[in-house]
Ligand binder design. Structure first.
Ligand code: HEM
Length: 109
């Protein structure tokens, strides 16, 4: 599951002996994914209004990964790429679900 691989990756990068650090909030937020789902669904519904269609998400994923690769260089390891790919996939799928629910809700009105 992407959460554990992202969090494990983060933990592995901490220097030894610093086990009691406070996690930065983005990672803490990822650990409470259920709380994010309604917000990400709403984001997906807004994106449908912006004109974003499901087929637009793959090119955006590729642009994101390309940018991370250029920006992070050697730090963009296969692990990091895998974690970002999974995070994006879950976000995109949740956004699609939110867009579909919103359009279904509109159609029912
Ligand atoms: C995981 C994928 C994506 C995430 C997390 C994301 C996130 C965001 C966020 C946070 C905003 C600010 C506005 C708001 O909160 O409603 C935004 C705006 C926007 N996004 Fe995305 N986005 C994603 C994918 C896409 C895709 C695939 C497209 C279509 C090519 C797209 C097009 C837009 C547009 C047109 C805006 C409005 C810009 C403006 O007028 O200010 N996004 N996006």
């Amino acid at each position: 599951m992407f959460r554990s691989s992202l969090v494990n990756h983060f933990h592995q990068r901490q220097p030894a002996g610093r086990g009691r650090f406070r996690r930065p909030s983005p990672v803490a937020g990822l650990e409470d994914l259920d709380a994010l789902v309604p917000a990400v669904k709403a984001l997906g519904a807004r994106h449908a209004v912006y004109g974003a269609r499901p087929e637009h998400y793959q090119p955006v994923a590729e642009a994101l990964l390309w940018t991370l690769d250029k920006g992070l260089g050697e730090a963009f390891t296969p692990d990091v790429k895998d974690a970002w790919t999974k995070v994006y996939g879950v976000l995109a799928a949740t956004m699609h679900a939110g867009a579909a629910e919103a359009s279904g809700a509109q159609a029912a009105e």
